[in-house]
Design a protein around this ligand. Structure first.
Ligand code: SAM
Length: 184
């Protein structure tokens, strides 16, 4: 059984085709950005957001060493700002919530801006496209953010979206969980 981060990647890999446009809503250290860039290939494109300069620099290094920098546009702004999102229909949007590993643990994604970005992602998602959210509940504000995101996902109409929740339920210390939304 895969951990939520890897299961999110598996779902995305099974959905995204070469040449498509995707978003990494929280690029952090750039692991998902590189993964997405490999999924879309040389003809596709990844738009990657982070509010921290440190995260953008770290992602820039990682995409350069993976040789995929040509197919990535980095955006050092909040994912809640609609005007910075691409206009094209999106095949996938990945969120990895919480704080930057190795960074300032006080800078975290927040319920209000995460839900705002999720709404933009939903509006931008092409038919068959997928949104994944890896969610952490162990830090201050984490549970509230999870509840807000989960409420949003629960309210999505069943005829238009399939929503999955994936979680190990016998682990200590607040293991991460995955929410995934697919547009039908
Ligand atoms: C768990 S980390 C992401 C890890 C990343 N996916 C990786 O592979 O390393 C969460 C990131 O979200 C960023 N973040 C917090 N609020 C944000 C916002 N409103 N818009 C974009 N990024 C945000 C943080 O700066 C942090 O780098």
């Amino acid at each position: 059984m895969k951990k939520p981060l890897l299961f999110a990647q598996e779902l995305v890999k099974n959905t995204v085709k070469e040449g498509e446009i995707v978003v990494d809503a929280t690029c952090g250290n750039g692991h998902d950005t590189v993964f997405l860039a490999q999924c879309v290939g040389a003809k596709g494109h990844v738009y990657a957001f982070d509010i921290q300069k440190e995260a953008i620099i770290s992602t820039e290094k990682r995409i350069k060493s993976a040789g995929v920098q040509e197919r990535v546009t980095l955006k050092n702004v909040s994912h809640a700002k609609r005007e910075f999102w691409p206009q094209e229909p999106l095949a996938a949007v990945m969120f990895n919530l919480g704080y930057l590993p190795g960074g300032d643990h006080a800078i975290v994604t927040k319920a209000e801006s995460t839900v705002a970005a999720l709404q933009i992602a939903i509006n931008s998602l092409k038919q068959g496209g997928i949104i994944t959210l890896v969610v952490y509940t162990g830090h201050p504000g984490g549970k509230e953010e999870y509840q807000a995101v989960r409420d949003f996902c629960t309210a999505l109409p069943q005829q238009d979206f399939t929503v999955l929740e994936y979680q190990f339920i016998n682990q200590i210390n607040y293991p991460p969980l995955l929410l995934a939304v697919k547009r039908l």
